[in-house]
Design a protein around this ligand. Structure first.
Ligand code: NAD
Length: 486
């Protein structure tokens, strides 16, 4: 058995320091169920120390005060270091959460690089201030960094969701206290090491692996100016409530139950390929953007059900380090149980398992669930309404396009989606009618150069693209005296 990775210290403001307490986090492999790493569990006292250091660095340190070009230089070095060692990052993510390497290289590691690259390219043309004519005279409109940022992130795409916050926050001139999920602390430490090597000044970044109690202490801290959160709706609501006490700014990237609408004339092969990529093929279905409700015209139901059943049944399930594996284990025993519970609930509700429905044969160890396709689902069933977060997908029949749009919108979520059509213009018109933050015509895509985020319970705010950088600034208006006509 390979050696256990062990950290004994916390990364606070760029230094490795002794934790306040003695608790540790054990990272368990979802494949072998063995401990693969140990890190300290940060306590509220560590949060206080990290926030104090971040506050000092923001209020008095060089980072927010240096010209943007200086920050761009440091962040470029961070991005280049991650790019050069992205395979290592992919392996680290896979070790912790079981993400198949097939997905991990692109979806975990290269998308982390991409998040940095996009934020950098936006920053290069970013205007920190401009002058305009106001009603009462000239005004200088400035954009200043929002301040000390608490970043709280999930385990499913851990490094990428960190990069979505860290890259724009750093470029804006903010300082950051990051609390990664206890399931995936290693990639956050790895990123911290790359930041330190790149010359990030003291105080600018802290990494505190911990569970939700420490997280709650962080997001409720009065010296935090903004909370950037990715995770579940329940945690998002708790964070919004805590942030309200201090009027802390928030951005919330939450869950989804996205619809893939297959229209009458759509090409079946394109739809099937994209739906597989957007469900089981996306981190074994543990993706907020997963296309978990497939809406099919009644006239094509049998054809689509047959094609998707065959495609799901052919997916290679197994060891995530095997480059041919499409579906790996789920992250924890709890997630496996959750998925198996929903499969049982779906059957009790009257839906029909077309393929999958259990633990793959011969997989007694590891938290595997078979790619599972449910037919005869109606949109009022719990399996169609609640986020399952695994390789479990619902097929729902519709009679008219208006009904398809109504079904897509009949959800508490609004994060992602897809429309499959023979007529791109018509498909785009349907896409406009779906209340969701991102929707793709004839494919499955999350574009890092475009704003990404949720309608409804899928969140508040946007990451990526110019909008993702703008989220780390406050506007300031400086009213200038009118020029005197001497
Ligand atoms: P989770 O909400 O349980 O935990 C996410 C993070 O929040 C963890 O670091 C956790 O320790 C912390 N946390 C939980 N409660 C907290 C609280 N009250 N105060 C402060 N911190 C708290 O989510 P998870 O199980 O780690 O991740 C899965 C969820 O994340 C799914 O719902 C998924 O859809 C969502 N997600 C959304 C996106 C997106 O961009 N919209 C991306 C990835 C994952």
């Amino acid at each position: 058995m390979s050696e256990i990775i062990e950290y004994r210290k916390l990364f606070i403001g760029g230094r490795w320091v002794e934790p306040a307490g003695h608790d540790t986090i054990e990272v368990i492999s979802p494949v072998t169920e063995q401990v693969v790493a140990r890190v300290p569990h940060a306590a509220p006292a560590d949060v206080d120390a990290a926030v104090a250091v971040a506050r000092e660095a923001f209020d008095h340190g060089p980072w927010p005060r240096m010209p943007l070009a200086g920050r761009i230089a440091v962040v470029t070095r961070i991005k280049d270091a991650i790019a050069a060692r992205h395979q290592e990052l992919a392996e680290l993510v896979t070790l912790q959460n079981g993400s198949p390497m097939l997905f991990s290289v692109r979806g975990q590691a290269l998308s982390t690089v991409g998040a940095f690259a996009v934020a950098l390219s936006v920053a290069e043309t970013f205007q920190e201030e401009h002058e305009r004519q106001g009603v009462g005279g000239p005004v200088l409109v400035r954009r200043e960094p929002v301040g000390v940022v608490a970043a709280v992130t999930p385990w499913n795409v851990p490094a990428m969701t960190v990069a979505a916050k860290l890259a724009p926050a750093l470029l804006a001139g903010c300082t950051v206290v990051l609390k990664p999920s206890p399931e995936t602390p290693l990639d956050a430490y790895w990123l911290a090491e790359r930041c330190a090597e790149a010359g990030l000044p003291e105080g600018v970044l802290s990494v505190l692996p911990a569970g939700r109690e420490t997280g709650a202490h962080l997001v409720g801290h009065p010296d935090i100016d903004k909370v950037a959160f990715t995770g579940s709706v329940a945690a998002g609501k708790a964070i919004m409530t805590a942030a309200a006490a201090n009027l802390t700014r928030i951005s919330l990237e939450l869950g989804g139950k996205s619809a893939a609408i297959i229209l009458e004339g759509a090409d079946l092969a394109t739809a099937v390929k994209s739906i597989v990529a957007g469900t089981c093929g996306a981190n074994s279905g543990q993706a907020c953007v997963a296309l978990t409700r497939v809406l099919v015209p009644a006239s094509r139901y049998d054809e689509v059900a047959g094609a998707l059943t065959a495609a799901f049944g052919a997916l290679k399930v197994g060891d995530p380090s095997d480059p041919a594996t499409v579906v790996g284990p789920l992250v924890t025993k709890a997630q496996q149980t959750r998925n198996l519970d929903y499969i049982r609930i779906g059957q009790e509700e009257g839906a029909k398992v077309l393929t999958g429905g259990g633990v793959p044969e011969g997989r007694k160890t590891g938290w595997f669930v078979e790619p599972t396709l449910f037919g005869e689902v109606t949109n009022d069933m719990r399996i169609a309404r609640e986020e399952i977060f695994g390789p479990v997908v619902c097929l729902i029949r519709y009679e008219s396009e208006d009904e398809a749009v109504a079904l897509a919108n009949d959800s508490e979520f609004g994060l992602s989606g897809a429309v499959f059509t023979a007529d791109v213009e018509h498909g785009t018109a349907i896409a406009r009618r779906v209340r969701t933050g991102t929707i793709t015509v004839n494919g499955f895509r999350l574009d890092l150069a475009a704003p990404f985020g949720g309608y409804k319970n899928s969140g508040i705010g946007r990451e990526f693209g110019p909008e993702g950088l703008a989220a780390y600034f406050e506007y300031k208006t400086v009213n200038l005296p009118a020029p005197t006509n001497a």
